[in-house]
Structure formats: C-alpha cells, structure tokens
Design a protein around this ligand. Structure first.
Ligand SMILES: Nc1ncnc2c1ncn2[C@@H]1O[C@H](COP(=O)(O)OP(=O)(O)O)[C@@H](O)[C@H]1O
Ligand SMILES: [Mg+2]
Length: 379
C-alpha cells in the first residue's frame, strides 16, 4: 500500500525535484515541500524558477532577487529551538550560463569575448533547453553545499514535462549542431567568413538573425562560435555528470499532476521515462483535486425544508440550483477520484501518492502554502 505523505522523504533524501507539465503546481508544491522540510528540522534550500509574484513576496523574494534569501523562522512559524530553516533562491538562467562560461573558457580573454558578445547574450537565454539545463546545472553546483540538508528544486514552466529530462541532450545537440560546426570550419579555413562558404541552412540562420547586421558581423558570429566550441568538451562532460547525478539514490523525483485525464496520461508517460532513465520516482502529487464532502441532499424540497427550519425564506428554485451545483461538483469529484485510481493502478511501484485539493484561491502566501504543506507532509 502506497504512502499518502512524503514526510519520510524530507529526511531520507538530499534533493527533491518537482517535475510535471506547465501550470500543474510544480512551483507551489516545491515551496510546500520546502516548508514541510523546514518544519521537520531540515535546513532547506528551495531553488525556484518562476514563482508567482505574490508567492515570491511571501518567500522573501519580493524584489525577485537572485540571491539566496533566508526566511525568518518566526514568519515560518517554526519553534524557537527548531534546527529547521528555509532559504529561497530564484534561478537566474543567464547568470548560471555565465558561470559555466567562466568555468570552461580556455583563457580570460575568451571568457570576456564570449560574455560581451551580443550573439551570446541572445543565445544564453534562448538556446533550446537552456532553462531546463541550467536548473540542473545549478543543482549540480549546489548539491554538496554544507549549509543545507535538503535542496528542493522546482523545474521550468515547460509545456511538456519531458523537456526537462531531454535538456542535456538538447543543449549538447544545439551547440554541436551541423550548422554551428560548419560555421566554425568555414571560418577556420579562411580566417574570415565568405558568404560563398555558407550553406543554405546557414544563410537561413543568418536571415533569422537579421537584427545583427553591419560590418564584421560574420566574423563576429564565427569568432564567437569558435570560442564556444573550444569550451564544448567541458560542457559536454559536465552535462553527462549532471545527468548521472540525477540518478543518484539521494535524489527523489516527485511528479506533480493535475487529475485531468489528459494530464494523468501525460504523467504516466513521463513516469515511465523517468524510471527508464534510471531516476528515482518517489511520489506523485495530484494537485487541485476537486472534492465534495458528502452532504445529505436527497431532493430540492428537502433543502428547502432545511432552509426554512433555519428561518431562511428561499424559493424552491434556489434549492434546485444548489442541488444542481452539488450534483456537478460530485461528477467532477468522481471523475478526479477515478483518474487517481487509474494512475495508482498503472504505477504500482510508486511508493507515495498525495492528493492536494483545489483551493478556492491561488496559493500565494505562507498561510496557503502551509495548507498545501499539511497535505504533502502532515506536520
Ligand atoms: N491546490 C491549489 N489550489 C488552488 N490554486 C492552486 C493550487 N496549486 C497551485 N495553484 C495556483 O495555480 C497557479 C499555478 O501554480 P504553479 O505552482 O505556479 O504551477 P507551475 O509551477 O507548475 O507552473 C498558481 O497561481 C498557484 O497559486
Ligand atoms: Mg512553476
């Protein structure tokens, strides 16, 4: 029988990664897990990607700062003698990429050339898979930080959950693409670029980059790509290490899913890919589950009677309306419950399934986050 809380993960694992499709509640769940970890006495770092502004504010990331922000334990409601703490940090894709370049550039001159290059500045945030890759990269850089017992990693708001898994390959492929290689060799042969050497594909790429025009543009781009390629071995090796790291037993993956049929189907597929990839899928969180509490409403007349007893003069039509709304809510509720049963049946090896109800309001402050935390890992 699977567990319905992930409390034990808070102490048994060093890293917890929330993954799932866009908008399902990854950021919310990551923050709630982090809060639960602090309550359990862990020194937690919550590395978040795209917190809604109000949630960021309540996590002390009001100015959307990319520095680590330690949240006041009194604000968190921790006991004065608690060893637990919660530090929040926003992932800065660009800065993480810059740090990588700094690490792998062959010379300080090459580093400066790359960082100041306008093409790099474009690429650094828009290359395929960059945010996904940088999230993992940051995790890799922080995983041994002795200041923290537990790192909770939120993942980027990609529409497809698989993007996250494929990020290292996409990054490597983007940097090692035939187009880029052809660019570099064309440049190296002539020492400067000639349009004649450009293939059709490259000409198209250039058209796409038409805002970078002017003298020396081709030299600039080729020089940049040459610098980038010189670092490529380092990047590639690192991407492999980052990926290996994700397979470690100390890294727990938590899939966050909506209970909608299509979302569940996607999550099942994603679960299979995670496991195939050698990662440890430790829990599935169904977020925004619709529930109705059973109440005794057998007929409109009966509701009308209840209202009358309570001295509320209401027409029978209102009672019928209430009954209809209740009926609709029950249908949604049964449907969600059915989808959760299906997922549990299809994933017999997943040790934890958690259900978080749909709240009437967005989760944007610590009070609401505490409510979520109470479902994820009851205090
Ligand atoms: N259980 C819930 N009930 C109500 N609103 C929720 C719940 N979980 C998340 N939300 C809201 O849904 C929106 C998307 O959540 P978020 O965690 O940012 O998703 P993701 O990171 O997967 O894109 C946010 O506005 C959040 O406050
Ligand atoms: Mg998010």
């Amino acid at each position: 029988m699977a567990n319905s809380s992930l409390s034990d993960l808070l102490t048994s694992h060093r890293v917890i990664v929330t993954v799932g499709s866009g908008g399902v509640g990854k950021t919310t769940t990551a923050a709630a897990i982090a809060l639960a970890g602090a309550r359990a006495g862990r020194r937690v770092l919550c590395l978040t990607i795209d917190p809604a502004k109000r949630l960021a504010t309540s996590l002390g990331l009001g100015s959307m700062s990319h520095e680590a922000q330690k949240i006041d334990s009194a604000v968190l409601g921790l006991a004065p003698d608690s060893k637990g703490s919660l530090t929040a940090m926003m992932l800065d894709v660009r800065r993480t990429f810059d740090e990588l370049v700094t690490r792998y550039a062959q010379t300080p001159e090459a580093r400066d050339r790359i960082l100041s290059n306008s093409i790099y500045q474009q690429i650094a945030s828009s290359l395929a898979g960059t945010p996904e890759y940088m999230a993992m990269e940051k995790l890799y850089a922080l995983k041994d930080d002795p200041q923290y017992d537990l790192i909770v990693l939120d993942t980027p708001p990609t529409s497809n959950a698989l993007d996250f898994l494929e990020a290292p390959d996409k990054m490597v492929a983007a940097m090692d693409s035939p187009t880029i290689r052809a660019f570099v060799s064309a440049f190296e042969k002539g020492g400067s670029m000639s349009l004649k050497l450009l293939s059709k594909a490259m000409a198209q790429v250039l058209q796409g980059l038409s805002k970078f025009t002017g003298a020396g543009f081709l030299e600039q781009i080729a020089g940049f790509l040459t610098d980038l390629q010189s670092m490529f071995g380092g990047f590639k090796e690192r991407a492999l290490k980052v990926r290996e790291q994700l397979k470690s037993k100390s890294v727990a993956f938590v899939i966050v899913s909506s209970p909608e049929p299509m979302a569940v189907t996607e999550s099942l597929f994603f679960a299979e890919k995670l496991v195939e990839g050698g990662m440890h899928l430790e829990a599935v969180v169904f977020n925004r589950v619709r529930r109705v509490d059973p109440v005794d409403v057998s007929s409109p007349q009966r509701i009308a009677n209840i209202l009358r007893e309570a001295d509320i003069e209401q027409p029978v039509e209102l009672a019928a309306g209430i009954l209809k709304a209740y009926h609709d809510a029950s249908v949604w509720s049964r449907r969600d419950a059915g989808e959760i049963v299906r997922a549990r049946r299809e994933l017999p090896l997943v040790p934890r399934f958690i259900e978080v109800p749909a709240f009437d309001e967005d989760v944007y402050d610590l009070r609401a986050l505490t409510r979520v935390a109470n479902y994820v890992a009851p205090a």
